[in-house]
Design a protein around this ligand. Structure first.
Ligand code: ZN
Ligand code: MN
Length: 501
């Protein structure tokens, strides 16, 4: 197994990733809408997801299909029987006092088991990450801390999210470096987007826990990493923390730590429960689901084009370089923008180049997260304003030599600010700003002619220049470049005083 980047075989990192199936209409076991965001607390609930006595869960069939799709893409085996379990624990965000989830201690009964993902970096090196299991489970509710209240006093509970379908992916501890984790998560985000089952840009739609150990030292679990972007940071911090402890001869404690995204450090949390504390047992209200090979084939047949196939198509059909194709497909919205843009301008390489270098560069500069290539909501706001027609026109204007690349990048900013088409912006720039000295000279001369007295005043009083400038601006309908006009007026004044006229 070759490795990628600064990998250290003594460092072992495993991931536990939760992805909400945001494309579902309803929750996992009831008909409440899956879209809980932005609603009044405790209005997106029913007796089932509130765990009222006498209610029964009704499994969302589509959730199984979506989870199976993802399992197949991650090269998991699909067991012939899928079983749900109760994971018992008390926490205020869990109305039933148990979570309906899956578990593999007694049998292989999760939606997917024993997967593998090949990571390949742009430099051609590669690495295999094993997936232990992929399971379906319900999201708990959320605790809200009112800002005006001392956090130690109480929290408010909102069950709107309770029962939303989650896919949990558990990897083996096969990552040896933080950048491998980032590559994997970027890949996963692209797969989720291409399958159309989860929008990773939605707040809280993807969450990640990571376990980190070095050599024979104990394993530390990092919880609470609420965006894919922060995982690399959290893991990097944790490796540094453990190395510095080890360097001072301090033993690493097996513990759970939280990622504090404001301070960008991990902090100690509660001691970890042991698995047996959860008293897992098969969920009696949901019968096991038998999966036939026909079912699996049907799911396979219903899958949309996946990132790998799309890269191949971009290389073969549009003659893009493999690297360019990978960068585009790495973020589905960019790949979609590319394919839509070349309908307006039939130069695939030029359009691709524009998106991969100029647009992506712009997005990364405006990305508070430091631009690691994953989607962010601020970027989607920007991207919503850039249409395929905009991109096509920009590439076309550059190719035709009408504008240079630097100007094109400035125009991109105007496109984002105004939504105007680049061709219209180019025209308005040409019309707007009169910055040609020869054209301005006639207006300047005319004004000096008419305002002889003010001009003579200007020889001793610079303020009179502003009066003359104002008049030039009026004569040019505000189009003159004021800086240039001022310097021309000054030249005339100096010239006049030298000749003593
Ligand atoms: Zn409900
Ligand atoms: Mn879980």
């Amino acid at each position: 197994m070759t490795s990628i980047g600064n990998s250290d075989a003594r460092v072992r990192i495993g991931l536990e990733i939760h992805c909400q199936l945001t494309a579902l209409r309803s929750k996992l076991f009831c008909t409440c809408p899956a879209d809980y965001r932005g609603k009044e607390p405790n209005t997106n609930v029913c007796p089932v997801c509130l765990g009222m006595p006498g209610t029964l869960p009704l499994l969302n069939r589509r959730a199984i299909e979506y989870a199976m799709m993802l399992a197949l893409v991650l090269n998991c085996k699909i067991p012939s029987r899928i079983t749900f379990y109760r994971k018992n624990y008390f926490y205020p965000d869990l109305p039933k006092n148990f979570q309906i989830t899956q578990y593999n201690a007694y049998e292989q009964a999760s939606v997917g088991v024993d997967g593998v993902v090949e990571l390949d970096d742009l430099d051609g090196s590669s690495k295999t990450i094993r997936i232990r299991r992929l399971q379906l489970e319900e999201d708990p509710g959320r605790l809200a801390y009112d800002g005006s209240i001392d956090r130690s006093n109480y929290a408010l509970v909102d069950y709107n999210r309770a029962g939303v379908a989650l896919v949990e992916i558990v990897s083996e501890p096969d990552f040896n470096a933080p950048n491998e984790v980032r590559l994997f998560l970027n890949r996963l985000a692209s797969i989720l987007e291409h399958l159309g089952i989860c929008n990773p840009a939605l707040e809280g739609a993807v969450r990640c826990d990571a376990n980190v150990s070095i050599g024979e030292q104990a394993r530390v679990e990092i919880k609470n990493i609420n965006s894919f972007k922060d995982v690399e940071r959290a893991v990097t911090f944790e490796i540094t923390r453990q190395r510095s402890l080890a360097a001072r001869g301090i033993e690493i404690r097996g513990e759970t730590r939280h990622w504090d995204d404001a301070r960008r450090i991990t902090v100690q949390a509660r001691a970890k429960e042991e698995e047996e504390d959860y008293r897992y047992f098969p969920e009696p209200d949901i019968p096991s689901i038998v999966i036939s090979s026909k079912d699996v084939e049907a799911i396979k047949a219903s899958m949309p084009e996946l990132p790998h196939a799309r890269v191949e198509r971009f290389v073969n059909v549009y003659s893009l370089s493999r690297d360019t194709a990978k960068i585009l497909v790495g973020e589905k919205h960019l790949a979609d923008l590319f394919e839509a843009s070349i309908k307006y301008y039939d130069n695939a390489r030029s359009v691709a180049n524009w998106i991969v270098t100029d647009l992506k560069g712009y997005l990364e500069r405006y990305d508070d997260g430091g631009g690691d290539g994953s989607s962010s909501s601020s970027n989607s706001v920007i991207l919503a304003k850039v249409t395929p027609k905009h991109i096509a026109e920009l590439a076309m204007l550059v190719d035709s030599g009408k504008i240079n690349r630097a100007t094109a990048r400035q125009i991109l900013q105007r496109v984002i600010a105004t939504g105007m088409l680049p061709s219209a912006i180019v025209q308005s720039i040409n019309v707007d700003m009169l910055s040609n000295k020869d054209e301005l000279a006639s207006i300047v001369d005319k004004v000096i002619e008419e305002e002889r007295k003010a001009f003579m005043d200007a020889l001793s009083n610079e303020k009179a220049l502003n009066y003359l400038l104002g008049k030039v601006m009026r004569y040019s309908n505000g189009r003159a470049d004021p800086k240039l006009v001022l310097s021309m007026l000054k030249e005339r004044v100096i010239g006049t005083s030298k000749t003593g006229q």
